[in-house]
Design a protein around this ligand. Structure first.
Ligand code: CP
Length: 303
């Protein structure tokens, strides 16, 4: 794997290799016997948008593997503020590092970075387009928490139009034969073309609804995302949809007893805090898989 830009670029065997390597990394983390194979190597974390989980878990993953990390705390202090292009920035940073991780508000920015970099590039989220490493860690989390992916009814709930993780996840889950239920308020549905592409490529049935109750009843996994306010061109439109969906204890009375709830986080109001203490809530357990999965990705890309 030269770069990791879109989940579409991966074959099933590539994903399986990452998940199996993540298993090995988890065992190594638990035993404390980690192969510090990245000693002397440098990862550049270029985050042009805010992040807590993705940035720190990439940093932790690289440090655990014995490598070092460079990056900036605020993109406004890079020379892009003086008018330098992203291409020139990448052509510069690649001279200082062995691997580039980039998050950018513009869709396609990581692909552009990869096209000018001689070092591997990982997409840590670009606009509303893709977030492939989050989808890989989510796939791993579901496998760990439910024991399988195949034939599970997995409901994706929320702002499916703008959430990049959902664009990566729908593809990944279909690749592993999950039954997909897409639940979103009117106007926030995932693009028709994407649903069609996934159906044709993986021969999957995909159930789409605007009714959260109808979608939830069948689900083994409920994966929720927040309203992506920052992706709306009209903030008034985002404001109108602020309370359009919410997972509440009352709603969960309709759910299967062994339903698990995941969320890529950060969350806003779409998860009632009262469900945090229920057996269904697994979103804070999900986070722990970020480090072994990103260690596995770094390992595979630096071979
Ligand atoms: N899940 C995720 O991408 O979180 P951050 O924005 O905190 O990186």
């Amino acid at each position: 794997m030269d770069d990791l830009i879109s989940i579409r670029d991966l074959k099933r065997e590539d994903v399986e290799l990452i998940l199996n390597t993540a298993d090995e990394m988890e065992i190594a983390l638990r035993s404390g016997k980690i192969n510090t194979e990245m000693r002397g190597r440098v990862l550049a974390n270029l985050f042009f948008e805010p992040s807590t989980r993705t940035r720190f878990s990439f940093e932790t993953a690289m440090l655990k593997l014995g490598g070092s990390v460079i990056g900036f705390d605020d993109p406004k202090i890079t020379s892009i503020e003086k008018g330098e292009t992203l291409s020139d920035t990448i052509k510069t940073v690649e001279k200082y590092c062995d691997l580039i991780v980039i998050r950018h508000p513009k869709e396609g920015a990581p692909r552009l970075a990869a096209s000018v970099s001689s070092k591997p590039v990982i997409n840590a989220g670009d606009g509303s387009n893709q977030h492939p490493t989050q989808a890989l860690l989510d796939l791993y989390a579901i496998k760990k928490l439910k024991g399988k992916i195949k034939n599970l009814n997995i409901a994706l709930l929320g702002d499916l139009r703008h959430a990049r993780v959902m664009k990566s996840l729908i593809y990944c889950l279909a690749m592993f034969d999950a039954n997909l239920i897409l639940i979103s308020p009117m106007g926030l549905e995932i693009e028709k073309e994407m649903v069609q592409e996934v159906k044709e490529k993986f021969n999957n049935e995909i159930f789409q609804t605007n009714d959260i109750y109808a979608g939830l009843r069948m689900a083994d996994v409920l994966y929720v995302c927040r309203l992506q306010k920052e992706r709306f061109s009209d903030p008034y439109e985002a404001k109108k949809l602020e309370n359009a969906y919410k997972v509440t204890p009352d709603l969960l009375k309709q759910a299967k007893d062994d339903l698990i709830i995941l969320h890529s986080l950060p969350r806003l109001g779409e998860l009632d805090r009262r469900i945090d203490d229920t057996k269904h809530a697994k979103y804070f357990d999900q986070i722990q898989f970020g480090v072994p999965v990103r260690m596995a990705i770094i390992h595979q890309m630096m071979r």
